[in-house]
Design a protein around this ligand. Structure first.
Ligand code: FPP
Length: 304
């Protein structure tokens, strides 16, 4: 059920939007609902990014050709996107093809993956619309085959009116290339705005010149057990929590996504600051009339 402005009945439209953006939890499977019941819906990560890995190994273990693993990986994409949309996640980013995949895989595998992507987009748009998901992309899209670029544009436009989760596919993507492109874009912007003497660079400006307009990921999930970030969103994951599962991507399910969120909710995110318990300690000290943690003052005095 989607509802987009203009809408004749403003109240009904507002209620539908509220429902769309808070997900459709009642559509979760029975197994998913059990795990979801352990989550705190008010503490969902805003943005989850996933490194999908292990299609080839999944196929090898079954003595099947690699392409069967990729096909099975697409089924997983379908399920995970749907579960994420149902719980009301705001942003999901999937690392579909790295710039390195391009250069280091046989031509036939790359061609197959391109074909799979085109098929996925064609088949998936109605389902994305049903789940109110908006599709976007990051990466050097202009280097992809023309037919793929056209299908990407079509799918992006066909889902542009959706107001729920933003699904970003990283395609021909590399984080270092993204940072290089951001610097180029900053320099071009400076040239067009009074010249290079007016070049101003800070973290906020770099962030604004990266590919996508989305908040930094709170949680990065990697399947297949590898402990690497593989040139994925290097700038944006500075403070992300990382969750690695040994499951190969085709075996990963909606319930595994919920398990990863449960694990995330048990973490103590400090952003270089102090843990919640240390903060409570400081608050207690301040309630007792102390402006500072006196143990530091005493240690400082003793050091002099
Ligand atoms: C890693 O498996 C995965 C990829 C190279 C690409 C992921 C692609 C899909 C899930 C299918 C297409 C996606 C969309 C959105 C249509 P691998 O081949 O590196 O596995 P291995 O490390 O076990 O060999």
């Amino acid at each position: 059920m989607t509802c987009r402005p203009p809408c004749d009945n403003v109240l009904l439209c507002a209620m539908k939007h509220l429902q769309q953006n808070s997900g459709n939890v009642h559509e979760l499977s029975a197994k998913e609902r059990v795990t979801y019941s352990r989550l705190d819906p008010s503490l969902l990560p805003q943005h989850i990014a996933i490194i999908m890995d292990g299609n080839g190994r999944w196929a090898n273990r079954r003595h099947l050709p690699r392409f069967v693993g990729h096909r099975s990986g697409v089924q997983t994409v379908r399920g995970v996107v749907e579960t994420a949309a149902r719980i009301g996640l705001s942003y999901l980013t999937l690392y579909a093809f790295s710039a390195e995949n391009w250069k280091r895989r046989p031509r036939t595998e790359v061609d197959f993956l391109m074909q799979l992507l085109r098929q996925y987009l064609k088949q998936e748009v109605p389902r994305l619309n049903r789940n109110n998901v908006r599709l976007t992309y990051i990466g050097r899209i202009h280097e992809l085959p023309q037919a793929v670029q056209e299908r990407l544009k079509w799918a992006e436009e066909a889902t542009a009116g959706n107001t729920g989760m933003v699904l970003t596919l990283a395609l021909n993507y590399g984080a270092r290339a993204e940072i290089v492109d951001a610097f180029r874009s900053i320099i071009t912007a400076a040239k067009n705005n009074g010249g290079i003497d007016h070049l101003d660079i800070n973290e906020d400006i770099v962030s604004r010149h990266l590919y996508g307009a989305m908040p930094d990921p709170d949680l990065v999930i990697r399947t297949s057990g590898e402990l690497r970030v593989s040139n994925f969103l290097l700038w944006q994951i500075a403070y992300a929590e990382i969750y690695v599962t040994g499951k190969l991507w085709p075996d990963f399910e909606g319930v595994d996504l919920l398990e990863a969120i449960a694990d995330y909710q048990r973490r103590d995110r400090r952003y270089g600051g102090l843990s919640a318990s240390s903060n409570r300690h400081r608050e207690r000290a301040s309630r007792n009339g102390a402006e500072h943690d006196h143990s530091f003052s005493s240690a400082l005095a003793a050091q002099k």
